[in-house]
Design a protein around this ligand. Structure first.
Ligand SMILES: [Zn+2]
Length: 139
């Protein structure tokens, strides 16, 4: 049976699963998590590098107008994906280490990854439709 790795949105444990086992082995949380996940300097790399599913990262700041304007649209786009694309959020003010590691200089910056490899990035506000189309292109 085919297995793949998915990082738990709740406890950040790396699970190796089949399509039938969609529960975290550590915390029992559902791995089909259709919400954006706030990550830190510590947990971001695990999600970006260990997930077999595609990951989109939103580097934002609470003092950035376009970032805050996109907040709801980002959450709404995440609702459509669950265990197929993980939507992450990183506060680039409080987690500068990870923002620097990926060369983020403008906010918002959104980066898509597949198995740790950067696929593409944009540094502008996107709508829910644009985010959804982007995530679909990563499937
Ligand atoms: Zn867990």
């Amino acid at each position: 049976m085919e297995t793949f790795k998915i990082v738990c949105a709740e406890c950040h444990n790396v699970n190796t699963i089949t399509n039938e086992t969609m529960t975290c082995m550590t915390c029992q949380e559902d791995l089909d998590h259709p919400f954006a996940v706030e990550v830190t300097d510590e947990s971001a790399k695990t999600h970006i590098e260990e997930n077999d599913i595609a990951v989109i990262v939103d580097f934002y700041s609470t003092t950035c107008g376009p970032c805050m304007a996109m907040y709801e649209e980002y959450e709404d786009a995440a609702l459509g994906f669950g265990q197929t694309v993980r939507f992450l959020k990183i506060n680039a003010d409080t987690h500068q280490q990870i923002a620097q590691a990926y060369g983020v200089s403008a906010l918002p910056t959104l980066i898509a990854f597949k198995k740790g490899q950067e696929m593409n990035r944009v540094s502008k506000q996107l709508s829910q439709v644009e985010l959804t189309l982007w995530a679909q292109s990563l499937l």
